[in-house]
Design a protein around this ligand. Structure first.
Ligand code: ZN
Ligand code: ZN
Length: 183
């Protein structure tokens, strides 16, 4: 996923709107990857501020994951709002580059600005990062998912199992009292 900033480079206030669609269903990563089951769509714009390029927009896809309680496979729509800053790498051998920017290099390094070379900004990392951050910590198949029996592992959404949870454990009832008193 990438956007070419050729038409607005050096144009302060210049803007390009983009609509990118890419199939990431075969993406296999380092365990940090997403199992996308619909194309990744990025609607956004890149704005030139003179030295920086701001990329903003909305990215969305559907993923395959598992319910955090009963572990059933579920599908989830996720959306993220990337808001990232880029600048052209000063290390690139590029005649368009203004040499006086080199002196600012150290200053820039302390800020959260990503570099790109040439006229194309690669958005893959930004998109992946933003989608990963937007993942719910514990996705559920349904709001009131009953989860698995802690003893036999049966999916309690399918019905009760025959396990009897031992309510007579004195430590448990003490704990329960404490919790009740906290209400
Ligand atoms: Zn569930
Ligand atoms: Zn059980």
């Amino acid at each position: 996923m990438e956007v070419n900033i050729g038409e607005i480079q050096g144009q302060k206030g210049g803007e390009i709107r983009f609509h990118l669609v890419e199939d990431w269903s075969n993406m296999r990563g380092d365990g940090q990857s997403l199992q996308c089951i619909s194309p990744v769509v990025f609607d956004g714009r890149v704005t030139c501020t003179g030295e920086l390029f701001l990329v903003k927009g909305t990215v969305s896809t559907s993923i395959q994951t598992n319910c955090g309680r009963c572990l059933r496979p579920i599908q989830l729509e996720i959306t993220a709002q990337p808001n990232e800053r880029f600048r052209r790498s000063s290390r690139a051998q590029d005649e368009d580059f203004l040499p006086d920017q080199q002196t600012d290099e150290e200053e820039w390094d302390h800020e959260d600005i990503q570099e790109f070379r040439g006229l194309t900004i690669d958005l893959d990392d930004v998109v992946l990062e933003n989608l990963l951050v937007s993942l719910p910590l514990k996705p559920l198949c349904q709001e009131d998912c009953r989860g698995l029996c802690p003893q036999c592992g049966q999916d309690l959404n399918d019905g009760e199992c025959d396990c009897t949870i031992d309510d007579t454990n004195p430590r448990m009832s003490k704990l329960r009292q404490l919790l009740d008193n906290n209400d």
